[in-house]
Design a protein around this ligand. Structure first.
Ligand SMILES: N[C@@H](CCC(=O)N[C@@H](CS)C(=O)NCC(=O)O)C(=O)O
Length: 230
């Protein structure tokens, strides 16, 4: 049994989608990051960085794994699924996983901060992070024009990682107009039943549609800005 510590965010979805795709038994523990649960001593013992997601594998001597990319790799290696088993394929998958961890996640996260949450609007910061996010989505689009999935033909952990962030482009204020390969891939992944189940963990996140709802959502998210980056 695996304990999953998470909240409804792109990094959280990566872990829950992976667990659902693999059909592993897990128990969800909600870490409400708008209430500061992630900085409590009991959670810091699992992830010293105080961020979600994290897992504890009870069947591996209560092994704690933090950083969503490390969680995906651990689960793929544990099951020998959703990652190619040959060195070249595995390395390609890890390259696209790291591309998400070092690029898509941080840049879209910062676009959200400056476009949605930061009380002062700094046009240069908004433009920088939105432009960089769009550039990274164009890199994904080009790759998906030559390959069905990111690491090759087979769907796997690199797709899960990038998908969970790329699908939130509207919230970051980034257009995907003209990125037809990316759109095809987003639609295909969104249609997978395991993905739908993973995206509903711990709850289904409805992005606000009305101005008033958006204001409330943004106020809550601002609480995380103390030191947070996405
Ligand atoms: N690099 C980390 C980032 C994790 C992260 O930033 N998680 C966010 C939610 S998406 C969080 O816990 N934010 C709360 C905070 O910053 O205090 C990962 O991929 O796991």
């Amino acid at each position: 049994m695996i304990d999953l510590y998470t909240f409804s965010t792109p990094n959280g979805w990566k872990a829950s989608v992976m667990l659902e795709e693999l059909g592993l038994a897990y128990e969800t523990h909600v870490v409400d990051i708008t209430a500061g649960d992630q900085k409590r001593p009991e959670f810091l013992r699992i992830n010293p960085n105080g961020r979600i997601p994290a897992i504890v594998d009870r069947d591996a001597g209560d092994l704690a794994v933090f950083e969503s990319g490390a969680i995906l790799l651990y689960l793929a290696d544990k099951t020998r699924k959703l990652i190619p088993q040959d060195l070249a394929g595995r390395t390609r998958a890890i390259s696209w996983l790291m591309f998400q961890m070092g690029g898509v996640g941080p840049m879209m996260g910062q676009a959200n901060v400056f476009y949605r949450y930061f009380p002062t609007k700094i046009p240069e910061a908004i433009e920088r992070y939105q432009k960089e996010s769009r550039r990274l989505l164009e890199v994904l689009d080009r790759r998906l024009g030559e390959s069905a999935n990111l690491a090759g033909h087979e769907y796997g952990l690199a797709d899960i990682a990038n998908f969970c962030w790329a699908r939130t482009y509207e919230w970051s204020g980034v257009s995907i107009d003209g990125l037809d390969h990316l759109e095809r891939w987003l639609t295909e992944i969104e249609a997978r039943p395991a993905v739908a189940r993973g995206l509903a963990v711990p709850t289904t996140l409805e992005m606000p549609t009305e101005d008033e709802d958006e204001q409330r959502f943004v106020e809550q998210a601002r609480g995380m800005l103390v030191g947070g980056d996405d």
